[in-house]
Unconditional design. Structure first.
Length: 186
C-alpha cells in the first residue's frame, strides 16, 4: 500500500509541474521569419543587422567583446520618441542561441523555464521622419550565425504607442511554434 501511495504521489507531483521548454536550442523557421520581416509594412523597421568583431577591449574571456548592431529607420511621417525591438539569434542548424553566454554555462534543473527572446527598448529619443539610428549590445559572436529582428512597437511624438500588427506572427515563429519540428493539431 505504501508503494502505491508513494507512486501516486510521484505521478501527482510530476503531472503538477509546469511544462518546460528549453530556453535556447529549439528550431525556428528562419526563411519564414525573414519573409515576414521583409514583407512587413510597419513604418519603423530594422534595416541592417551586423556584428563588429572585437569591438570592446577586454581580456576577460567571460565578457563579450563583439558588438551586435541594429540600424533602425523611422519610415513614419513624423518624429518618434521610442521603440521596442525584439530579436532571436540562431546557429547554422537554425536553432536559437544565447548570445552572451560564457564558455562555462551551468544549467540547473528548472532554471530554463521558457523560450527567451531578446529585446531592446529605446525611449526619450528624438528621431525625425526618415532618420536612422544604430543600437547595439555586446555579444559572443562565436555562439550564433544570424539574427532575426523586428520592431514590436514605436512611440509617436504625442505619446501614442503604435503596435506592429506583424509582431504576434513573428513572435510565434521566434518561439519555434512554426517550424519543421512542430505539428499542427485539429
Amino acid at each position: 500500500m505504501k508503494r502505491i501511495l508513494a507512486l501516486a504521489l510521484v505521478i501527482l507531483l510530476v503531472c503538477a509541474l509546469p511544462a518546460q521548454a528549453a530556453k535556447y536550442g529549439y528550431k525556428i523557421d528562419v526563411a519564414a521569419m525573414k519573409t515576414l520581416e521583409d514583407g512587413s509594412s510597419f513604418p519603423v523597421r530594422v534595416t541592417l543587422k551586423k556584428v563588429v568583431e572585437e569591438s570592446y577591449d577586454t581580456t576577460d574571456w567571460n565578457v563579450p567583446c563583439d558588438q551586435l548592431s541594429f540600424t533602425i529607420e523611422n519610415g513614419t511621417d513624423g518624429e518618434i520618441t521610442g521603440f521596442k525591438l525584439f530579436f532571436v539569434a540562431y546557429d547554422e542548424e537554425e536553432k536559437t542561441q544565447e548570445i552572451n553566454k560564457s564558455g562555462m554555462t551551468v544549467y540547473i534543473a528548472g532554471s530554463d523555464a521558457a523560450p527567451e527572446l531578446y529585446s531592446m527598448t529605446a525611449a526619450d529619443l528624438s528621431m525625425p521622419a526618415g532618420d536612422r539610428i544604430e543600437a547595439g549590445m555586446p555579444v559572443h559572436w562565436d555562439t550564433f550565425v544570424g539574427v532575426r529582428a523586428i520592431i514590436s512597437e514605436y512611440t509617436a511624438a504625442d505619446g501614442t504607442v503604435v503596435p506592429n500588427p506583424d509582431f504576434t506572427a513573428w513572435q510565434t515563429m521566434a518561439y519555434g511554434m512554426v517550424s519543421d519540428n512542430s505539428t499542427e493539431l485539429d
